[in-house]
Design a protein around this ligand. Sequence first.
Ligand code: MN
Ligand code: MN
Length: 353
Amino acid sequence: MLNPGYTTVSKFAIEQIPQGPNARDLAALLVDVAAVTKAISAAVGKGPLLGLSKLAGSENAQGEAQKKLDVLSDELFVRGTEWSGLVGALASEEMDHVKMVPGRGRLALVFDPLDGSSNLDVNVAVGSIFSVLEIPENATGGQAVLQPGSRQIAAGYAIYGPCTELVLTVGSGTHSFTLDREIGNYVLTRRDLRIPDSTSEYAINAANRRFWEPPVIRYIDECKAGRDGPRGRDFNTRWVASMVADVHRILMRGGVYMYPRDQKEAHREGRLRLMYEGNPMSMLVEQAGGLASTGRGRIMDVQPTALHQRVPVIIGSREEVERIETYHAEYDSGEDQPYSSPLFGDRSLFINT
Ligand code: MN
Ligand code: MN
């Protein structure tokens, strides 16, 4: 069944990465990152057994068993990439600061080692997200990574579901590999993913409705009104509550995923993190023909000021993201004023339901 002509991550990298001073380093780094995700996949796949095996085999058993899988995944990323001399800076959700790696590495790797980790308890798909940037000349510390997403030279995620997949872009389309556990390699299984322009599926945490801004309420209420409302067709809700799983669904069959700005904690800009969630997912989605917006602009144009900065995320099928951006613009300009009045907060649509 296996064809020796299949495309592995290294073959893909050699074929797809454009010529440039860091091309070879990037190819080698992606192979290392792929190896890291295989190790995380193996650890995640053991589930509660991981704690048991550690309890049996170690002096400091109790402590190790309690060590969270996201901390272990973070260590796997660091140990699996810093040895090579390819990266000059590493940064992750688990780190307080950017970690500079001595040597000549010109690449920065920013990552969420385990996304959706609270879903592990219920055996729902989780993943790892990563972003690769070039380190500007003479940059140190935060400057090495605090660049807008449009500067990324590669981005990807691994999803640990019923099968493990690696979804990758180096700036020429978004492609999906599946881990063949028997041979221990990722094999290219879907080339050039395309997100359909239109969709009838949306994903949002509806329990936060009372905290949303009026343009988001308007959009969701119109979807919910279905064929009786202004959209003239029925929609379905999808919500895994794991960014990797929700974005993966959108890359595979379309949809729109939103974690918008809200008033739940009014001082913060959304919930998701720009550097290791918003930006890499935006690059993957844009490379697949979708859009990624804050509601008021392209996510990848946001100039980051802090490693753990948050960003509103509206991502997926082009027509829906454009519509939601229009609703934000109409609200901000006051055009949508009658609808945003508290008196009409639920909109006249509800007369129909
Ligand atoms: Mn995460
Ligand atoms: Mn995480």
